[in-house]
Design a protein around this ligand. Sequence first.
Ligand code: SF4
Ligand code: SF4
Length: 191
Amino acid sequence: MAPLLPPSRPGIPGSGLAKGLAVTLRTMTKRSHTAQYPDVQPELPPRTRGVIGLFEENCTVCMLCARECPDWCIYIDSHKETVPPAAPGGRERSRNVLDRFAIDFALCMYCGICIEVCPFDALFWSPEFEYAETDIHELTHERDKLREWMWTVPEPPALDPRAEEPKEITAARKAAEKAAAAAAAAEGEQR
Ligand code: SF4
Ligand code: SF4
């Protein structure tokens, strides 16, 4: 059977030691990059996955996040409420009311699936990471705490000026233009 590697040539005696010393000297003369945390806060990238914030006003209790979470660490309780009809003669509707929303960060693996799948933009990444606890049970953050994290969520990056207009903005703009045209027409009729 043919050899897999070419035969190694004998090197100059002591060359390995010289190379090692050269690396040591180079490293010794470089400035160190020691992070001075907690005296100096680290500069984190904008998409840091620190903790998850809940914007509960957007949550419809669809349960998608809890079903998709690979760790089963999202706990949601809700009940149904009957809403009276919007107009006389209409039908009553029922809606879900959130009773509990909690995430156990002792189990969470920060995969971000819950945030990706939420169809109503109710979950967001916050870069906050200073929430270590001495009691593991304290790492289950309930609804109020998750709501508080929303204040630490950074603003979304500006839209690319060459990107297509988002369909929500197009719809809102068309509705505003239609309303303005209707108002102008009504004003013209009054004169
Ligand atoms: S980040 Fe992943 S593991 Fe953590 S709660 Fe969301 S889906 Fe579950
Ligand atoms: S996926 Fe979004 S809207 Fe649905 S329950 Fe989770 S947070 Fe609420």
